[in-house]
Design a protein around this ligand. Sequence first.
Ligand code: G4P
Length: 512
Amino acid sequence: MSDLSKSGDVAQEVARRRTFAIISHPDAGKTTLTERILRAGGAIQMAGNVRAKGERRRTRSDWMGIERDRGISVVTSVMTFHYGGCVFNLLDTPGHEDFSEDTYRTLTAVDCAVMVIDAAKGIEARTRKLFEICRLRDIPIVTFINKMDREAQDCFALLDEISNALALDVTPATWPVGRAKDFVGTYDVRTKKLNTKEPLEEGDPRLVALEEECGLAEAALPEFEQEFFDEGHLTPVFFGSAMKEIGVTDLLDALAAYGPPPRAQPTETREVSAVEDKVTALVFKIQANMDPNHRDRMAFARVCSGRLTRGMRLKHVRIGKQFALHTPQFFFAQDRQLVEEAFGGDVVGLPNHGTLRIGDTLTEGEELRFTGVPYFAPEILRRVRLDDAMKAKKLRQALVQLAEEGVVQLFQPQDGSPPIVGVVGVLQLDVLQSRLQAEYKVPVGFESSPYTVARWVKGDKAALEKFAQVNRTSMADDLDGDPVFLSSSGFMMNRAVEMNEDLTFHDIKQIG
Ligand code: G4P
């Protein structure tokens, strides 16, 4: 009997969880919208900004400082707040493109993404890229067209552009009332309610235009269908101005009303439903902790099922040992507090000393491994140059630790030559260099490597060994010991692919 009531609670709690991220091109208004959302959710009392400025505007030296003063990013990694009877977990993603790997991994831990579009600019490059990552997992997308208080493109043209550029059905959930400086609010297409900053008199030209446009929209565009939204094929579109706080509660109300609640998560053997009784969790991000003198880390884990409580002991499946949750932490926008319990969809911070890695699974004993946390083949490969040969062993340990945190990817050439690091953006190299110096006292430089393309190679053991022998100087092992083929050009890589039909070459590695 008690088991039944417990599972009822879990189902209820899970149903009111909303875990999402905001994706956008720099400058579209992600930071501003985040602030307004948190304020609407009561997580920020004061007026003003959470963060001083958009991350992308920081200079290189700022980045170094931020990396040292890691508290900032830890605090803003996950923001939990209550709104409309729901518990929202907003997962922050780095604004800077050079750290996009971190963003991709974070997107595997959300159930929904809010895509912010600048009303004047429409779909931009980075929006498109992040959208594609969401599509890989069929993550439902809610669209927020921001900056309607400025000169904007025609609404129909914007909707058309989203639909065509992303091959996605669009349905307006709200419609803007007035434009640019006359933009005063929104009209909810479903409830037919006006939500304006100031009352409008009958016959106001904005209302006349609204009626006409809504009629056109209704005739031309599909209605909202929960199923298509859940599958990621249809995006409801909200118009607003983060700056003027218009349309922000429309967005939150919609997320509260039609979700989506935490989705089932794939493992190597079965799908884990969020309402299952037993706890499971997946580590998707590691962050070095705030105190640089202690090498402890914070692992961010998404609770995938069950009721996670403080003091619980879970099985760390990769190493087959117990992991005690002494001090799991929730992350509110302003401060941290100890978690008493967390449910599917929630994100908890688990302090540890390097036991947990990205992709690790925790369970109550079941031999499960979550899949789907991706590593992308790096686009920049560099050899690490160590000036003090006495520190080779220390460097190796440090590189392994930092690679486990996801700062860079590490490739150990099979011919014993110095390690190669792979990154998506050069700022990652700066961060690596500064952290090796500051935390490990290992000064390094980077040298160009002869390689520009890396691919994970799969195949049966004999075929792999044969390939590795022939290509000994171009083979390396990644952090998990999986073989990687490094090539000097796309052309050479294609040749290797063509000549080795018994092997497959991959630019994404799914871990977990
Ligand atoms: P990001 O995180 O996506 O990069 O964007 P961010 O919120 O930092 O916003 C980028 C710029 O756009 C900022 O202006 C911000 O004030 C402005 N902005 C955001 N939302 C709106 C909106 O709804 N309407 C209008 N008109 N502007 C908006 P900035 O001049 O670069 O910085 P600031 O001096 O205003 O902080």
